[in-house]
Ligand binder design. Sequence first.
Ligand code: GLA
Length: 385
Amino acid sequence: MSEAVVIAEQFKELYGAEPEGVWAAPGRVNLIGEHTDYNDGFVLPFALPHTTVAAVSRRDDGVLRLHSADAEGGVVELRVDALAPESDKSWTAYPSGVVWALRDAGHAVTGADVHLTSTIPQGAGLSSSHALEVVITLALSDLYGLGLKGWQIARLCQRAENVYVGAPTGIMDQTASACCQAGHALFLDTRDLSQRQIPFDLAAEGMRLLVVDTQVKHAHSDGEYGKRRAGCEKGAALLGVDALRDVPYDGLDAALARLGDEEEVRRLVRHIVTENERVERVVSLLQTGDTRAIGPVLVEGHASLRDDFRISCPELDLVVDTALGAGAVGARMTGGGFGGSAIVLIEAADEGTVTKAVEEAFAAAGFTAPRVFAAVPAAGAHRLV
Ligand code: GLA
């Protein structure tokens, strides 16, 4: 039985009727371009085959009922006209946040019954919460005939997250979940959300990309992410630009000189400006078919996040160092940092050796065993039935 049929049956048991439809939205990994998205910069994520699936029906009585197979506590019942920013600290803040954002944008969403299930590992830096936002927004857009485009869904989800949930994140993850295409990475300019689908077919080249979930849980609302964001904004203000995206790579030395003894800000600026250049370099290499050559760029990106942006952790560094020592072509942390996942680019034939080396290094260091899987770029959000 397909996933959609199973979740539709569960919906019927919960709510007593068939759902009007079933939708799926994926998690993501970011190939390169970290913390650039709230600096109007470039990112290059791709969608994972892991998805959050939602069975949804409309209601016209102002009631929003939410249920997740992955959370305790049964059905949560809310009133759409009583939804208020930062009033909810549980998982339901993500789906109710997008209902709030849709209504706040003037869309007449009058309620819904929702049943969710997800195969995206939670707290692993793979965007499970963004997939949850996107799947609900797409479902409500379809059901209420709003005709929202992928980038509009992403903007609404970001607003839900920034204002309603209260996490100061950028727009990469929501756009990745809404707009990615199978077999491609998404080259996104976060200033205007213009996009290019970059073919990324590792299997055809005898390569593979491993995702290593360190099992170290990260949280974005706990302060460190917001501090980096505030530091970047300070850098832009000191340099007199709208966003750090406006500092050109060949003007970096001059910009750093102008920042004088603002050492902390200098490091943040250096990361953002060099990271934007790395995204562009990876895109050109992929377009010329030189996939192996992106390896060293990924490694440079990791060093910049570790030493300049300072958001790595011992577990992420251990994945990168061990994988490279075992023959990986490239490796870096991915996502917001302070835990979560790393990506490792390898020759397909090295999968066993590299995985074993990482697992053994974690055991020797006394760390919780990591979860390792190979990722193939999958489709963005879509309707299943
Ligand atoms: C998290 C945020 C994104 C982005 C990344 C870092 O995943 O949700 O907006 O800032 O961190 O690149």
